[in-house]
Design a protein. Structure first.
Lengths: 776, 158
């Protein structure tokens, strides 16, 4: 199977929607305008923690053009989570559409709907609010002793640690072996603290949603969502409208990265349209995206590792993680858990392991899903610690990586012990080219020529550093995707999938998977996706699941329709089915003496005999979650006078199984890498002492532009994952995890200073130089 | 207040508030939805248009500044040979992911190649330094622009 010849898979076919996107004809949510449509604005809290004592909306309501003003008194008060996860969500029910209490600067106070956006924005200034300020806390290490943040009655659907009175949003502890014993048996123990920071997804398209009633009186919601089916379920519950009366559609979407795996606009447009019986739309401004949507969860990690000198191996490892959930808890359990579950199995030979993770509430912006999802946070300290240990042991860290990492045929007890907020699923690694990734990546960065050389020109010193990573491919035994196909009389196929293309190109690769399996070309596959009325269920685009989970569904579906095609062809040709094969949209007898085209078959089945629709449907759940692997390498130049770091070159070598579309794989890896470099060096929420974000704009929150990016190289180390569709694993997230540790390690290589707190701004670098001293 | 200007070769006269952003007028009044709003503060370039042949971020231009001038948007460009070359290059180089930023990049590319048919890598970088893309990592966009420069050599030099 590993050397299978493909015709459509493995080719960089153009994205099927690329043309309409380039012309600007593809419709995004904000591009949809309906007659008589209302525009929505939000009033936000200026305080980190306060109670609304009085709220007077009379003046706002009198403004000409204002149609509706909603406060906490006017909306359903159902506690829910905005996390767009499967049911039961592993996130606490601690959120209301609007509440009497506000919990961070940027929490919603009121909803205003008016004839134009300008009127709504003007009117919100006329709402008079009297607040009673409450004690607040923005320090996660003080959360347990601080004023309670979550509302009374907040609860968790899962039997997990949830102590709202102590601001504990989630907790997990687990052990393998006896870590204390392991430390005492070790020759040298390393211990360090790492801190990784708040960041924004900064998808170019701001969040937006639109609602309207169709002619049958059903509520239609168009949204920039990664999770249309979860959005339907959550909106239904929050508004008390039956699922059958709601349709959620995702049109084209301008990037997600996890930021749109969150349901906080759908219920608002739904409610406004329900109350006014008019279409309504909300499009957030960039500032609103920064202050009121979701962020990367900041995390403090403490790593402690015991090493044996004779074996030169890690004997015991403890990871303690303290995650800052912000004011509400979407993904508070699972992101924190992933810091362990996506990191610890990578070095699977460690005998004694302990993971202890807590997520706590603070009066700061709300964390959520963000590409990397906990792995980014966990891998920072992990890779820096490995670099420290290798140095102490006097071995090249790449050799240390190669010896320690999990290999094909191996497993880790963590797979079974730690999953998405509950036990995981045990699995054996069936494909892994991480050693090859390390080899090839190190050649591309010229590791052996540059490492430990500290090449200096004036104040600028160069160094190289590396990081190794794994992620997953969907959430095993939880995530499900389904597909439906039907054949048309010209031999084309409609492929309907619940899966959600965020700009990643998943519509294209799912079409490639179908075309490959059926034996036709990709232009014969008409993809329709992400519409709760017309496509089968899919959990949505998150957890690196679409290629593996939804792709698996498409593969099964294609196999079934292929069977059906062969059956009809056999009847037409009057030969046994097993005497037939398919090539390029035509069915041949094995001796090639007879043939019928797909079009002949479809016409026959629709109009001639035994008339029926050739069609198929299939569902797929992942029984395992095969990890993609990656080695990332940074070459940096550090200015020891200014503290500025320039990344000169960045190499990512990835094993994502069989790439379905190599160009899209490269696009995913490059995009994730640049996002990771921006995160490592510049992107940062700057807060004042009350937790107000001081830089909510692209002027002050620095998303990398073309001028900031280094020379980049992506190397694909192909494997064949036997459980994946056509051998594929995931690829979307992993590339964002390595830049922070690889750059930190490269800076150490250059100047002998360890950076343990991100982002690595010139100020932090200079401080670290001051504290630790240069070693040139 | 009445304001007249030319959009994509057609004369337009609007009676509206001259302080409105050109972006809003183009999107809302004229239905030119290929122009996107990514930030509203002139940083992301998703709303780029040509105003009298000069590349501008339409979110920063008050309508009054467009009076009597000629505006070219992605909708006006798309029926031209120049556009076809740029579009094919973007598609072939795989530089379109979510596509939200793409019309802006296409406008910047057109503005570059029209004035500099044989751009060096630094020129390309400078030309698109006002456009943000969060999906691709830019490498593929640079490849696309190089490809467009080469393929349209005759046209750009004409």
């Amino acid at each position: 199977m590993g050397n299978r010849e493909f015709k459509v898979v493995g080719k960089s076919v153009k994205k099927i929607d690329a043309l309409s996107l380039a012309i600007g004809e593809a419709k995004y949510t904000a591009d949809i305008n309906l007659p008589n449509m209302l525009h929505i604005a939000f009033l936000y809290s200026p305080y980190p923690h306060a109670e609304i004592v009085e709220i007077d909306t009379k003046e706002a309501e009198k403004t000409p053009g204002v149609v509706l003003v909603l406060t906490y008194k006017d909306v359903p008060n159902t506690l829910h989570t905005t996390a767009g996860q499967g049911y039961p969500e592993p996130s606490p029910y601690d959120t209301r559409i609007l509440d009497k209490r506000v919990r961070y600067v940027g929490d919603r106070v009121a909803i205003i709907a008016a004839e134009t956006k300008e009127i709504a924005e003007e009117a919100k200034k006329k709402i008079k609010v009297k607040y009673r300020e409450l004690p607040y806390n923005i320090d996660p290490e003080k959360a347990k002793e601080s004023e309670r943040i979550p509302p009374e009655g907040a609860y968790h659907l899962l039997p997990t640690i949830y102590e709202p009175e102590k601001n504990i949003a989630a907790g997990i502890t687990l052990s393998v072996g006896d870590v204390e014993k392991g430390f005492s048996e070790s020759d040298k123990v390393f211990e360090d603290r790492f801190e990784i920071h708040y960041a924004n997804h900064a998808a170019l398209e701001p969040h937006a949603a639109l609602a309207f009633y169709d002619e049958r009186g059903r509520l239609n919601i168009v949204s920039t969502t990664q999770v249309p089916f979860h959005a339907r379920r959550i909106t239904s519950r929050v508004l008390g409208i039956p699922v059958k009366d709601i349709r959620v559609i995702k049109p084209r979407i301008g990037g997600g990265f996890g930021g749109k795996q969150e349901v906080f606009l759908e219920q608002v447009v739904g409610l406004v349209t329900y109350k006014t019986k008019r279409p309504s739309k909300v499009v957030l401004s960039r500032k609103e995206v920064f202050i009121s949507t979701r962020t990367r969860h900041p995390m403090i990690t403490w790593y402690k590792a015991g090493v044996k000198k004779d074996t030169k191996e890690i004997h015991a490892l403890r990871l303690k993680a303290l995650m800052n959930a912000g004011a509400y808890g979407p993904h508070a359990l699972t992101v924190m858990a992933n810091a362990g579950s996506k990191v610890l199995p990578l070095f699977n030979k460690i005998k004694h392991l302990q993971f202890e993770g807590f997520s706590v509430y603070t009066n700061l912006p709300v964390g959520g899903a963000y590409r990397g999802y906990g792995a980014t946070q966990g891998y920072f300290g992990f890779n820096v610690m490995l670099d420290m240990i290798a140095e102490e042991l006097g071995i090249d860290v790449l050799e240390f990586f190669k010896k320690g990492h999990i290999k094909k045929g191996e497993t880790s007890p963590i797979f079974e012990k730690l999953g998405e907020g509950k036990e995981g699923v045990s699995q054996i690694i069936r494909s892994c080219a991480l050693s090859e990734c390390i080899e090839k990546g190190s050649k591309a960065i010229k590791w052996h020529e540059k490492r430990r050389k500290k090449i200096r020109k004036g104040d600028k010193v160069r160094g190289v550093g590396a990081a190794i990573l794994m992620q997953g491919s969907g959430i095993p035994k939880i995530d499900m995707g389904a597909a439906y196909m039907k054949m048309n009389e010209d031999g084309s196929f409609n492929l309907h999938i619940g899966a959600t293309d965020l700009g990643t190109g998943s519509d294209t690769i799912l079409a490639q998977i179908a075309a490959e399996e059926i034996g036709t070309s990709i232009d014969k596959i008409i993809v329709y996706s992400s519409d709760t009325d017309f496509t089968p269920f899919d959990v949505g685009a998150y957890a690196s699941s679409t290629t593996y989970i939804s792709g698996g569904a498409v593969l099964k579906c294609a196999r079934k329709i292929k069977e059906e095609i062969l059956k009809v062809a056999a009847n037409m040709l009057n030969v046994p089915q097993d005497a037939l094969f398919i090539e390029d949209g035509t069915v041949y007898t094995k001796d090639r003496t007879q043939r019928v085209t797909f079009s002949d078959i479809a016409l026959y089945s629709l109009y001639s005999k035994d008339q029926h629709q050739i069609q198929s449907v299939a569902s797929n759940i992942g029984l395992e979650s095969p990890p993609p692997f990656m080695a990332q390498f940074a070459e940096v130049e550090v200015d020891i006078k200014t503290g500025r770091i320039d990344v000169v070159k960045f190499v990512s070598a990835v094993d994502c199984g069989q790439p379905i579309n190599p160009a899209l794989v490269e696009g995913q890896v490059e995009g994730a890498t640049v996002n990771g470099i921006g995160y490592a060096l510049w992107e940062e929420y700057v807060f004042d002492k009350k937790g107000r974000m001081l830089n909510p704009s692209f002027w002050d929150y620095k998303v990398p532009s073309i001028m900031d990016i280094p020379e980049m190289e992506v190397i694909i180390c192909k494997t064949y994952e036997p459980t994946g569709p056509h051998g594929a694993k995931s690829v979307a997230e992993i590339g964002i995890n390595g830049p922070v540790p690889a750059i930190s390690n490269a800076v150490y290589d250059a100047i002998g200073v360890r950076l343990k707190k991100s982002p690595f701004t010139p100020e932090r670098v200079l401080n670290a130089i001051k504290e630790q001293g240069l070693k040139l | 207040m009445k304001i007249d200007f030319i959009v994509n070769g057609k004369k337009v006269e609007l009676d509206t508030n001259p302080t409105r952003r050109l972006l809003d007028v183009l999107r809302e009044d004229l239905g030119l939805l290929g122009i996107k709003e990514g930030c509203g503060e002139g940083e992301c370039g998703a709303c780029a248009v040509l105003l009298d042949d000069k590349l501008v971020h339409s979110c920063l231009v008050p309508l009054a500044n467009a009076r009597g001038k000629e505006i070219l948007t992605i909708e006006g460009l798309k029926n031209t040979e120049a556009y076809r070359i740029i579009q094919d290059a973007f598609l072939d180089a795989g530089s379109v992911q979510c596509g939200f930023c793409t019309p802006g990049f296409v406008m910047s590319t057109y503005a570059l190649l029209k004035n500099n048919p044989d751009p060096k890598e630094e020129d390309i970088k400078k030309a698109i330094s006002g456009n943000l893309c969060r999906c691709t990592g830019y490498q593929m966009i640079i490849d696309a622009i190089k490809l467009a420069a080469k393929r349209g050599e005759k046209l750009w030099k004409a």
